[in-house]
Ligand binder design. Structure first.
Ligand code: 13P
Length: 312
């Protein structure tokens, strides 16, 4: 790349030339969020990818999100800035082991968190995100037990909320898993007026201290609408970029890890792989492009469409 090049300007030129839409998750760097046509949580990004009339979707998030966009919009070119942007939840759940897990629970409904591969989606009955999981689980026949994969913390949170019989896959997010109850309690004693907003991928030991639990979009709406000047945010801290823009008068404090002191330790290393330079190159090269074999796409589409139908 020419070091004198204005990357944002070059991306804007390609956005027009290629009739591209840039979608970004709240966990992306602020400069990527600011450049995107739409910033959202997993559910809203899926809806946007399904509805767009752009020719190219540039998905700034992690790989499974681009894959969801391709499954929902197979006629579009879907590119991601870095093909190595994975997800620890996706990694924790492999198709062979998951198929065996299903086979040992034949009467269960397989409810699967969207943070998984297309192969796992194809083996599932319905997909959920953290913003619709409770509604979707409540809509399922009450006499059927549920298998929930791959996030055990979201699964046990939904089991507590719905009272449903749920068998959990033992996966977790490497970031949310590490928020520390002890350090959070210490932080709360230093900021007694602060309200705690947490993502349900956090362990129950953290969620029990939360004033609000929800998806990234839910957390953002909560801190903007709720009276209060200080909020402790127990999720990936790049979402604070949108909070500061929407409510500049409020203070947002990232929830601590066990070592207490580390300011950026909760940054998702997979989300951090994306940069403006890689976005430009992905648009110029039309790759890395997501490809999903058609037979797999059709199988993975069914539980995703079910999710979109059941989400209100
Ligand atoms: P939401 O944006 O749906 O809350 O999900 C967060 C997440 O886990 C992204 O990988």
């Amino acid at each position: 790349l020419d070091p004198t090049m204005d990357i944002a300007q070059a991306i804007n030129r390609l956005r027009k030339e290629k009739n591209a839409i840039i979608l970004a998750h709240y966990y992306q760097d602020g400069e990527i969020q600011d450049l995107a046509d739409f910033v959202g949580d997993s559910l809203d990004l899926s809806r946007k990818a399904a509805a767009t009339d752009a020719d190219m979707i540039v998905f700034c998030g992690v790989r499974f999100m681009g894959e969801v966009a391709k499954i929902l919009s197979p006629g579009k070119i879907v590119v991601i800035p870095d093909a190595e942007a994975g997800c620890s939840l996706e990694e924790s759940c492999r198709p062979d082991t998951f198929a065996a897990f299903r086979a040992t629970h034949p009467d269960h409904i397989a409810v699967t968190y969207i943070n998984c591969s297309a192969d796992i989606k194809a083996l599932s009955d319905v997909i959920v995100t953290s913003s619709n999981a409770e509604v979707i689980v409540n809509s399922l026949p009450a006499d059927r037990p549920i298998l929930f994969a791959p996030d055990r913390h979201l699964g046990s949170f939904i089991a507590r909320k719905t009272g449903r019989d749920m068998t959990l896959w033992p996966g977790s997010c490497i970031i949310h898993e590490q928020f520390s109850e002890k350090e959070l309690v210490k932080l709360k004693t230093r900021h007694p007026a602060a309200l705690v907003a947490a993502h349900p991928e956090c362990p129950e030991t953290v969620l029990r201290h939360a004033d609000y639990i929800g998806s990234t979009k839910g957390i953002l709406d909560y801190v903007v609408k709720t009276d209060g000047t200080e909020f402790i945010i127990a999720t990936e801290p790049h979402i604070i970029h949108q909070m500061t823009k929407a409510a500049p008068e409020k203070t947002f404090i990232p929830a601590p890890f066990a070592d207490g002191a580390c300011a950026s330790c909760a940054d998702c290393p997979f989300m951090a792989k994306n940069t403006l330079e890689k976005i430009y190159l992905a648009m110029a090269n039309e790759g890395p492009a997501i490809a999903v074999p058609e037979d797999l796409r059709i199988k993975a589409l069914k539980p995703l469409e079910r999710m979109l139908e059941l989400s209100v």
